[in-house]
Design a protein around this ligand. Structure first.
Ligand SMILES: [Zn+2]
Length: 318
């Protein structure tokens, strides 16, 4: 598994962890959990952490994996007999693998506690693999837990989704992200339902890319403001993309390199420090709020003012 992702210490996972462990200790944790979020939001480390918690011998005292007991040691060595992980990276997950995992859950735990199956990228299950899982979802065996990890719920069969208890991972976004930044906590990438257009429509994706390219040029040379404003106004998503550009750079500065993967701003970001990026993000968010209430003529003016302010901010930092 080579997924670049948030780690288990990410602040927004704290409430998920607390909730899951409370339910487990109260013996009301559902046996099938669908842990989902956008790519890299932290669902995989959370599932690993939970699997480890369900097996740790001291969990009742420590409320998290103790790291010391025999079970925790075996998990570190990836040789725990009661923890099965299916992780095919980006390849499909076939019916044979899933059948084996289901059979495993029907046996008695070798170390006498729980049995855990974790399926990473579960949206990659073939239809027959998903169907093979349905029986286990409907008729759970004692002390068995199934942790489905998903980056894209749209690709999962509804019959699977409806039979699992959902655990949504929600990294901070937009205003919330700014608040996190103010609190000097780590920030990470996200995607929202609003991004579906650029994820599924190639034209929209290309428009976004071109806008980010223009933003990169603007940050370098400030000579394409007219073009940039046109691009922002040409799409209903324009302002969100501009904000996304600064947010991505801010996340990058917070230690999340992946935030700028496949992003035209990746060559620009090292020229701007985190404070400058954050100042630009704030200006963009303020303008975005104003734009929602303005007439067209005033919108163009507001964008012109925004670009002047961005240029001043960036020049002052250089
Ligand atoms: Zn332990």
């Amino acid at each position: 598994m080579n997924e670049t992702t948030a780690d288990i210490a990410s602040p927004w996972l704290a409430s998920n962890k607390q909730d899951l462990i409370n339910k487990y200790l109260q013996k009301i944790l559902p046996h099938a959990l669908l842990i989902h979020g956008s790519y890299g939001a932290g669902q995989l480390p959370l599932a690993n952490w939970l699997g480890n918690s369900l097996l740790c011998e001291n969990i009742e005292q420590t409320n998290q994996p103790c790291g010391q007991c025999k079970t925790c040691q075996l998990l570190k060595a990836q040789s725990h007999p009661d923890f099965v992980v299916i992780d095919n990276d980006d390849k499909t997950i076939g019916v044979d693998l899933v059948r084996k995992a289901c059979q495993f859950l029907e046996k008695t735990a070798q170390l006498g506690r729980n049995k855990v199956v974790m399926i990473s990228h579960c949206e990659n299950m073939t239809e027959s693999a998903a169907n093979a899982l349905l029986k286990t979802l409907e008729e759970p065996t004692n002390n068995s837990f199934l942790l489905l990890v998903c980056n894209d719920m749209e690709q999962l069969l509804p019959t699977i989704i409806s039979r699992c208890s959902k655990v949504a991972i929600t990294p901070p976004q937009g205003e919330q992200l700014a608040q996190v930044a103010v609190n000097k906590q780590a920030v990470h990438p996200f995607s929202t339902i609003a991004e579906i257009a650029e994820l599924t429509d190639e034209d929209v994706y290309n428009d976004k890319r071109q806008l980010l390219q223009s933003l990169a040029r603007f940050i370098h040379q400030f000579d394409n403001g007219v073009e940039l404003i046109e691009q922002i106004q040409a799409s209903v998503h324009g302002m969100r993309w501009l904000q996304f550009g600064f947010e991505s750079m801010f996340r990058y500065h917070s230690g999340w390199q992946q935030a700028l993967a496949d992003n035209p701003l990746s060559e620009t970001v090292d020229g701007l420090d985190a404070e400058t990026v954050f100042a630009c993000l704030n200006l963009t968010m303020q303008a975005n709020r104003q734009l929602k209430t303005l007439t067209q003529a005033n919108k163009t003016y507001t964008l012109e003012v925004l670009l002047v302010e961005l240029e001043q901010t960036i020049r002052n930092a250089a």
